[in-house]
Design a protein around this ligand. Structure first.
Ligand SMILES: [Zn+2]
Length: 166
């Protein structure tokens, strides 16, 4: 069963609409590769706004816990997701502003009459995931030697040998 939530993004922002909900992590298909387990839910709030300059914006807040895979031991790694993004709606592709130092933190998305809210959520979560999630040294089941990062393919069997020799 998959849910779909669709809004007209410009209309949503101009009317300052608010949409809150919870989405099962199991429904966020793009996250699957990163997950150790797809249990749990993510809370989200999408609100529309028009800024002082008259630009339509979407404000997205996402909160929840993901159970990621540790890239060192492939074990379960809890990851708090708490992100807030402001997305400026652009009505047509030619209007995308050039990226300058002033606006590099501003995210622009194309306004859509049928914007898929869950796809947007997924996108924002994936963009904000750590590149290489790992347990803290010591909490990981793969031993890391002081002063060096473990490369799992090379060091993991060695670390395991040393452990069992003790
Ligand atoms: Zn680990």
């Amino acid at each position: 069963m998959s849910e779909q939530i669709v809004v007209n993004s410009l209309e949503f922002s101009r009317n300052a609409k608010v949409l809150r909900g919870k989405i099962a992590i199991a429904n966020l298909y793009r996250l699957r590769d990163y997950l150790h387990s797809a249990d749990g839910v993510i809370d989200y709030k999408l609100s529309g706004e028009v800024d002082a300059e008259g630009n339509p914006l979407l404000h997205l807040a996402v909160k929840g816990k993901l159970c990621l895979k540790c890239q060192r031991c492939l074990g379960e790694l809890e990851h708090d997701v708490e992100l807030v993004s402001d997305l400026v709606l652009i009505e047509n592709e030619q209007e995308f502003p050039e990226i300058t130092e002033e606006n590099e933190d501003v995210d622009c998305i194309l306004a859509e009459t049928e914007m898929d809210v869950l796809a947007l959520l997924e996108e924002e979560i994936v963009l904000n995931l750590p590149l290489s999630p790992m347990h803290e040294t010591g909490a990981c089941s793969v031993t890391v030697h002081a002063g060096g990062e473990a490369d799992q393919s090379v060091f993991a069997p060695l670390a395991a040998l040393k452990k069992s020799a003790k």
